[in-house]
Design a protein around this ligand. Structure first.
Ligand SMILES: Cc1cc2nc3c(=O)[nH]c(=O)nc-3n(C[C@H](O)[C@H](O)[C@H](O)COP(=O)(O)OP(=O)(O)OC[C@H]3O[C@@H](n4cnc5c(N)ncnc54)[C@H](O)[C@@H]3O)c2cc1C
Length: 302
């Protein structure tokens, strides 16, 4: 599968949009907000809740940033109108981090403030290593003022445990994931065993310190570790949730919901799906292997 992944990722720039779409389709609700709303309603019927992400990142022009902020405002309004069990996730580089950190802070603040009016919540996603410190700075600054926001830490990053130690006094709301970007060995663990051990260690630290955790993984070993810690420390249901991507390991998702745990699905939508998917697939060709495996197993979003 590895050779195939690499071959596909190298030829991606020349692959027609419909084929990229084939690999992207399981993960994306559609191009319009209404597509995301329909997907969230379907997920709610299955007992899940959602976080809605507007596709876009590494935005280069201020006008594009302001357009993204406007779309997120519409998403928050729609969630409120339609009484969806959903919050929002956003990427700092979509909010202008690479243009101007202060503008990015102001944009995220605007959305957190609007979300607060609707009793809703904003998750600041974590991007690659060039954004980690700025993202945590912005999160901590907003945390002084608001309680309806959280961020993400990646267990492949060597700095993550230090970051948790630094954040714990602020009672953060943290999604823990392995991390999707390809990072150099100097900053990130490469060994799957260590990444999983670090994930569990991070989870344990956060749970023991009363922080809310989003357990974002499709790795059944990590789901088991999380369940073990929840049981060991009698973590109340109000202090954690599982999180998965749309279209991924739907059978594991059903098992977790059936066992009575809260499960949130990450629902992305937007017109940027082709650029976004090409970049993601190119960055991390393992995704191609995952998709092919899911197709072979006939695993469908339902
Ligand atoms: C809700 C959520 C939010 C996330 N937010 C961020 C973020 O802010 N920053 C960040 O860097 N990363 C984020 N990620 C991505 C994450 O870091 C991982 O890259 C991704 O979830 C795969 O890791 P895993 O824990 O599922 O383990 P893996 O070992 O990668 O996967 C375990 C199994 O899950 C299945 N699987 C995993 N991914 C896919 C896929 N794409 N398609 C099909 N099957 C798949 C496969 O069967 C695989 O064997 C997020 C993930 C989730 C679920």
């Amino acid at each position: 599968m590895n050779m195939l992944n690499k071959a596909i990722s190298h030829t991606l720039p020349f692959i027609p949009k419909p084929i990229v779409g084939y690999f992207a389709r399981p993960y994306i609700a559609g191009e319009r907000l209404d597509d995301a709303v329909a997907t969230v309603k379907r997920l709610m019927k299955l007992g899940a809740c959602a976080t809605i992400d507007v596709l876009g990142e590494e935005v280069k022009q201020e006008a594009q940033v302001m357009h993204a902020v406007d779309i997120y405002k519409q998403v928050l309004r729609k969630i409120n109108q339609e009484k969806l069990d959903a919050n929002i996730s956003l990427k700092p580089t979509h909010m202008g981090l690479k243009l101007d950190k202060e503008m990015c802070y102001r944009n995220i603040r605007t959305l957190v403030e609007q979300a607060k009016v609707y009793h809703n919540f904003v998750r600041i996603d974590m991007e690659d290593r060039t954004t980690t410190s700025d993202t945590l700075d912005i999160y901590l600054r907003l945390r002084e003022e608001f309680d309806n926001l959280g961020t993400v830490l990646q267990s492949y990053m060597r700095r993550t445990i230090d970051d948790i130690n630094h954040l714990i006094p602020k009672r953060p709301n943290i999604r823990i994931c392995k991390g999707i970007y390809i990072e150099p060995h100097e900053v990130a663990y490469k060994d799957g065993f260590i990444i999983n051990q670090n994930y569990t260690y991070a989870l344990e630290k956060l749970m023991l310190n009363g922080c809310y955790v989003g357990i974002a993984t499709h790795d059944e070993r990590l789901v088991w570790e999380a369940l073990r810690l929840i049981d060991k420390y009698k973590v109340p249901k109000t202090q954690y949730e599982f999180q998965m991507l749309l279209g991924v390991t739907t059978s594991l998702r059903r098992i977790i919901i059936k066992a009575g745990h809260k499960l949130r699905v990450y629902v992305t939508f937007g017109t940027e799906w082709a650029a976004y998917s090409s970049r993601r697939l190119k960055e991390n060709p393992h995704i191609i292997g995952h998709v092919l495996k899911a197709i072979l197993k006939n695993e469908k979003e339902q």
